[in-house]
Unconditional design. Structure first.
Length: 237
C-alpha cells in the first residue's frame, strides 16, 4: 500500500514550516468551573515528522488537537501551521487556513451521511471548483490505499466502524495537508487494519513532508512515531 502523490492542483508542502505551539494554555469554562486543559504547552513538529502523544483520559490530548488545528482558540500562547499564525487570524481566515493546511482524523469519522466514500473525498475539490481528472484519480488511489475500493460507492451507514475510520483517513489525506492531526485512528480497527492505517499515516508524513500529531492509548503506535510525548494534567513532557 503506497500513498499516492497528490495531483498537480495541490501545492507542494515540503517547504512548509510544520506545526508550532508556543506556550499554549487553554482554560475551559470560567470561575469555579474553570478547567486548565493545556498548561503552558510548547510543541514543534517539523515537516516530515511523526509525533505521538499518549496520556491518561482527561489529560488534555483532545484539547491539544483542537487547539493545534484551529478548532479552539487558546486562552494564551500562539499556534502556527505552515508558516501561518492561526491565533492572529479572524475566525473566517482561521477556517480558511484550516481547510487549506490541516487534515483531521477524528475518533468519530464525521462523514456526511448522504455521500458515498468516493464523494466524501471529492467534496472539497468540488467546493473549490477543482474537481478535475487529477482529483478523481487521487481519490481513487487513496480509496484503494485504505482498502475500500469495493466500498467506494457505499454511504457511511453501509460501512463498519473500521471502514468509516479508513474513509475518514483517506479524506484527510486527499489534500496532502501540511499538518495532519489524528485522534485514536485504531480504536475501531482490528490489529492488521490498525497497523496498515498507522503505516499509511507514517508514509504520508515522511514522503509528503507532513507534520503529524497522533493522540493514542495504543503502545504499538509509539513504535511508528519519530517522537513520543506524554501528556499529564495538561502538561507535555
Ligand atoms: N468543553 C469543555 N468544557 C469544560 N471542560 C472540558 C471541556 N472539554 C474538555 N474539558 C476538560 O478538560 C480536560 C482535558 O480534556 P480532553 O478531552 O482534552 O482530555 P483527553 O486527554 O483527550 O481525554 P480522553 O483520552 O478521555 O479523550 C478534562 O478535565 C476535561 O474534563
Amino acid at each position: 500500500m503506497t500513498v499516492p502523490a497528490s495531483g498537480t492542483t495541490t501545492a507542494p508542502n515540503s517547504t512548509a514550516a510544520g506545526l508550532s505551539l508556543l506556550d499554549v494554555t487553554l482554560v475551559h469554562g470560567d470561575g469555579d468551573t474553570a478547567v486548565t486543559a493545556l498548561d503552558h504547552v510548547t510543541l514543534r513538529v517539523a515537516p516530515g515528522e511523526f509525533v505521538a502523544v499518549v496520556g491518561p483520559s482527561g489529560s488534555g490530548k483532545s484539547s491539544l488537537l483542537a487547539v493545534a488545528g484551529g478548532l479552539l482558540r487558546p486562552t494564551s500562547g500562539t499556534v502556527s501551521v505552515a508558516g501561518t499564525e492561526l491565533t492572529s487570524l479572524t475566525d473566517k481566515r482561521r477556517t480558511e487556513a484550516r481547510r487549506r493546511h490541516i487534515g483531521f482524523v477524528f475518533q468519530q469519522s464525521n462523514l456526511l451521511s448522504s455521500l458515498t466514500v468516493r464523494e466524501q473525498l471529492l467534496l472539497p475539490s468540488h467546493i473549490d471548483g477543482r474537481l478535475d481528472a487529477a482529483a478523481r484519480a487521487r481519490a481513487d488511489e487513496l480509496v484503494e490505499a485504505v482498502g475500500l475500493s469495493h466500498r467506494a460507492g457505499s454511504r457511511p451507514h453501509q460501512l463498519s466502524g473500521g471502514e468509516r475510520q479508513r474513509a475518514g483517513l483517506a479524506r484527510a489525506l486527499m489534500s496532502s495537508p501540511a499538518v495532519l492531526l489524528v485522534d485514536e485512528p485504531t480504536s475501531a480497527l482490528d490489529r492488521a487494519r490498525s497497523a496498515e492505517a498507522v503505516r499509511l499515516i507514517a508514509e504520508q508524513t515522511h514522503e509528503h513532508g507532513t507534520a503529524t500529531v497522533m493522540v493514542t492509548h495504543d503502545t504499538a503506535i509509539m513504535d511508528a512515531a519519530d517522537r513520543v510525548y506524554e501528556m499529564v494534567d495538561g502538561r507535555l513532557s
